[in-house]
Design a binder for this molecule. Structure first.
Ligand code: A3P
Length: 320
């Protein structure tokens, strides 16, 4: 299957033999690497990323659990930090002709997924990257340097439904779809890419409290409720605050509109092609709503996941 057939190094194959393994969602297995569940090819790329990436002070690293709003955050951050180069008045904005994942590459799916190391020296400043790697497993230079980290967190009920839909959409037609029940049990046991999701969230949450200048913790739901406010907050955190003049010119709202679900989904570039390995761009845009889970989960499922959240996140200050 995709992602598994690729050539793994001898070192990676050896490592896989020593790791706990479970049935996967898309690939046949997930392996527990440094406390989180990953596909074999992801582990190989993550190890290369951990060994070789050198952060610079001005870098921006966007971090998420899959299906939490990664595409949206990448678009917003790109538009914010590049607005002098690509003003909002410009109708050739790169976001109109490139998918956000092409403008803000993933470490593990784009930059470190090959046997050859990437040359990152010529990327425009500030460099912006994306990753699903949990905080404790980020390369030391990201954790120690002055580079900034932004995390977007989404209500696990919605992330679950979004993940389940996504997996069934990208599965080849020849394979049986994954049932909601089976996916739900795995999710509640933490077995999902980069899960357990609660540990992922808590790692970044804790860091955002201890080092608020280093890690900004945003939620999908807050951003949906008031995108202008959070867009300004993001711009300030990244060191690119909006001037009064820009605010008066409506630039904040223009960025919000350009990066909105409705705008991105309708662009030709987001209806065709593959910007992330294996995945068609069109599948990155489904509903973009808060609370869609009510249409799928049974009362028993709601009760169970609520209990998981209480057990795992209770007392952390993080709630949904
Ligand atoms: P749904 O499946 O609930 O619609 P990710 O980008 O991390 O893969 O997350 C995908 C989720 O974000 C999907 O949620 C997708 O529709 C939604 N999404 C994609 N682009 C968005 C945008 N610009 N604004 C808000 N949500 C967006």
């Amino acid at each position: 299957r995709d992602g598994e057939e690729e050539e793994l190094s001898h070192e990676c194959k050896e490592l896989l033999l020593s790791l706990p393994k479970e049935k996967g969602w898309r690939t046949s297995h997930l392996y527990k690497y440094q406390g989180f569940w990953c596909q074999a090819s992801e582990i190989q790329s993550i190890i290369s990323f951990q060994r070789h990436f050198q952060a610079s002070e001005t870098d921006v690293v966007l971090t998420t659990v899959p299906k939490s709003g990664t595409t949206w955050l990448k678009a917003l951050a790109f538009a914010i930090v590049n607005r002098k180069r690509f003003p909002m008045s410009n109708n050739n904005h790169p976001l109109l002709t490139s998918n956000p994942h092409d403008l803000v590459p993933f470490f593990e799916y784009k930059l470190y997924d090959k046997h050859q190391l990437p040359d990152l020296s010529n990327l425009p400043q500030p460099r912006i990257f994306g990753t699903h790697v949990p905080f404790p497993s980020l390369p030391t230079s990201i954790k120690k340097s002055g580079c900034r980290v932004v995390y977007i967190c989404r209500n696990p009920f919605d992330t679950f439904i979004s993940s389940w839909h996504f997996i069934n959409t990208v599965k080849p037609g020849s394979e049986a779809p994954m049932s909601l029940d089976e996916a739900f049990e795995m999710y509640c046991n933490g077995v999902i890419g980069f899960g357990p999701f609660w540990d992922h969230m808590l790692g970044y949450w804790k860091e955002s409290i201890e080092r608020p200048h280093k890690v900004l913790f945003l939620t999908y739901e807050d951003m949906k409720k008031d995108v202008t406010f959070h867009l300004k907050k993001l711009a300030e955190f990244l060191g690119f605050p909006f001037s009064l003049e820009e605010e008066r010119a409506g630039d904040v709202e223009k960025i919000a509109k350009l990066c909105s679900f409705e705008s991105l989904k309708e662009l030709e570039v987001n209806k065709v092609g593959k910007s992330i390995k294996y995945f068609e761009n069109k599948n990155l845009f489904r509903k973009g709503e808060v609370g869609d889970w009510v249409n799928y989960l049974t009362p028993r499922m709601v009760e169970k996941l609520t209990k998981v959240l209480e057990d795992k996140l209770g007392g952390s200050g993080l709630s949904f």
